[in-house]
Design a binder for this molecule. Structure first.
Ligand SMILES: [Zn+2]
Length: 270
């Protein structure tokens, strides 16, 4: 049956992957809002031949980057006076581990922010829709995850725009956030290039889970809960089993402290 949201999403992703122009109907069926669409049912049958006009059809575009008044060019955390935090993930690695981390987040009532590597989206384009369909936020973590602060201006800009183009093609938006690769903080040049590419802010973080060192789930939980406070932006990574294993207890502990794990946009929206 197509009435199940998961099945609909899977169908939509599969059809898009196949390059079929059915997104208008899928969008209408999902009630996704302002995208171009038309009802999937009507009084007449579709004519024979191509059922849709030629040309790329997209689902309603994902959210675009925003400028947050009063926030610096590089954001490391949100307001300290509200009980919200943002869990942010480096988007790379085994899709099964990424899906497991997303599912764990959803079971714990969390919405997260995924900064995807462009090459990862090339290899696993269905992950973009999986992330957005889960109510999470999707952003840009460069095309190849090289040491962007050490690159020439042209190279660094190509790393940012390469990933942006993939996001745009897959979701209709360049993604809400840009996070530099292999560094917590962007150089002023990289900040400027991110702005040129359409991202008013660079997204840093103030809590490092160190999950990429595979220290064990208990250590991941300790690393986060030892330093997290209201407004924190936590750096986590897809692709590591420890991260997946840590999620349930981590989210329980955040709930115990009355800290809500929200998207970065929610964290910063007054
Ligand atoms: Zn990374």
């Amino acid at each position: 049956m197509l009435s199940h949201p998961g099945r609909r999403a899977a169908l939509r992703a599969a059809l898009r992957a196949a390059g079929l122009g059915v997104a208008g109907a899928a969008t209408a069926a999902l009630g996704a809002g302002c995208g171009p669409g038309r009802p999937s049912t009507g009084p007449t049958s579709p004519p024979p031949g191509p059922a849709r006009p030629a040309g790329p059809a997209q689902p309603a575009p994902a959210a675009a980057p925003r400028r947050f008044a009063g926030q610096p060019a590089e954001i490391g955390h949100g307001p300290r006076d509200r009980d919200r935090v943002a869990l942010t993930f480096h988007g790379n690695g085994e899709p099964a581990l990424a899906r497991a981390a997303l599912t764990a987040a959803e079971k714990g009532g969390a919405r997260v922010t995924v900064l995807a590597i462009g090459a990862w989206l090339d290899a696993h384009p269905d992950m973009a829709r999986r992330i957005l369909d889960g109510g999470h936020e999707l952003g840009n973590h460069t095309q190849r995850h090289l040491a962007i602060n050490d690159m020439t201006e042209a190279e660094a800009y190509a790393e940012i725009t390469g990933c942006a183009q993939r996001l745009k093609r897959l979701t209709g938006s360049i993604g809400t956030w840009f996070r530099p690769s292999q560094t917590q903080c962007a150089t002023p040049l990289v900040q400027k290039l991110a702005q040129r590419a359409g991202y008013p802010h660079v997204l840093s973080y103030d809590v490092d889970s160190l999950d990429f060192t595979s220290p064990g789930a208990a250590a991941v939980i300790r690393n986060v809960t030892g330093t997290i406070r209201p407004g924190s932006v936590v750096s986590l990574h897809f692709g590591y089993a420890d991260t997946v294993d840590a999620m349930p207890s981590l989210l329980e502990e955040l709930a115990r402290r009355k800290l809500r794990a929200v998207t970065t946009t929610e964290l910063l929206t007054p």
